[in-house]
Design a protein around this ligand. Structure first.
Ligand SMILES: [Fe+2]
Length: 294
């Protein structure tokens, strides 16, 4: 609509300009003895129209610039609001998991710490590390769908209860893959209990058919599981956990990832276990992982 108005105004001004120029031309060409006064009048008319044309053009260009600035500002505000909404969704999901089972959330922060160290040792780029960290915080989100009497059971689980627990990667995948801004982590969530030799779940995938990030994750998850208390046994030392992981290289765990665990060493991994208890020492905080923390 504004463009039509601008075009009609410009047409009117240009028309007036050409009309003035035409009359001046006629006066000059038809009358040999044209007075200086008439030349001044017609020249003045042409100049006045030109000035008007320039004023209108300037006004419209300034107005256009202003409209563009307003549009850019609105787009930036919309992007900021969208980013805040995404961060809010992540926080809400994490809070839901934390409320449901606090132990799972604390476990997730430690797993992120180990997974980040293994990923850095392996030379994964920052983008992959971001993806891995976000998947780490959300990996057990599917436990929301496991009944309380199974999830919080203190005694040993019955086989059918284990089957219910084993559904959590698929439930987590169903939740996460619907969220466009985190659905790149859905595969890691789905496959974080697969074993290198095909003995894991939910699909029994083997070797390199399991994405590297999911293989890293499986090792990190196991390190924390071994060093945590269980209803049927106390927590084991980090030294024991590293030995256990090494003994299962090529079976439960990817040999490449196990080598990185060995290279990191017991002392470094124990330090990570302590560091993640302090939120300010987390390399990636959950809310900073959306669009690189923009
Ligand atoms: Fe899990």
């Amino acid at each position: 609509m504004k463009n039509i108005r601008l075009a009609s105004e410009l047409t009117l001004i240009s028309g007036t300009y050409f009309l003035g120029a035409y009359f001046l031309y006629r006066k000059v060409s038809l009358r040999i003895s044209i007075s200086e006064r008439e030349i001044l009048i017609y020249s003045g008319l042409v100049v006045a129209v030109w000035v008007l044309y320039l004023v209108f053009s300037g006004y419209h260009f300034l107005n256009l610039g202003k409209q563009l600035r307003v549009k850019t500002k609105r787009e930036k505000e919309a992007a900021k609001r969208l980013n805040q909404a995404c961060q809010g969704t992540i926080k809400a999901l994490i809070s839901a998991l934390d409320c449901r089972d606090h132990a799972t959330w604390v476990h997730s922060t430690r797993v992120v710490g180990y997974a980040m160290a293994i990923a850095a040792q392996m030379g994964l780029d920052e983008e992959e590390q971001h993806k891995l960290a976000l998947a780490g915080y959300l990996h057990d989100i599917g436990k929301i769908g496991v009944p309380d009497h199974i999830l919080l059971k203190k005694s040993k689980l019955l086989p059918e209860e284990w089957e219910a627990i084993k559904r959590h990667p698929k439930i987590g995948y169903e939740i996460i893959h619907q969220l466009d801004f985190v659905n790149n982590t859905a595969d890691i969530i789905l496959l974080h209990h697969e074993h290198y030799d095909g003995g894991g779940y939910p699909f029994g995938l083997k070797g390199e058919k399991i994405p590297l990030t999911a293989r890293i994750f499986a090792v990190a998850d196991a390190l924390d599981a071994i060093t945590s208390d269980r209803p049927y046994r106390p927590a084991r030392s980090m030294e024991y956990a590293v030995q256990e992981v090494c003994s299962l290289s090529g079976q439960q765990f990817c040999p490449q990832c196990v080598k990185c665990v060995e290279a990191l060493g017991v002392e470094h991994l124990s330090q990570i276990e302590q560091d993640v208890k302090q939120p300010d020492k987390l390399k990636f905080k959950p809310e900073e992982l959306i669009y690189g923390g923009v």
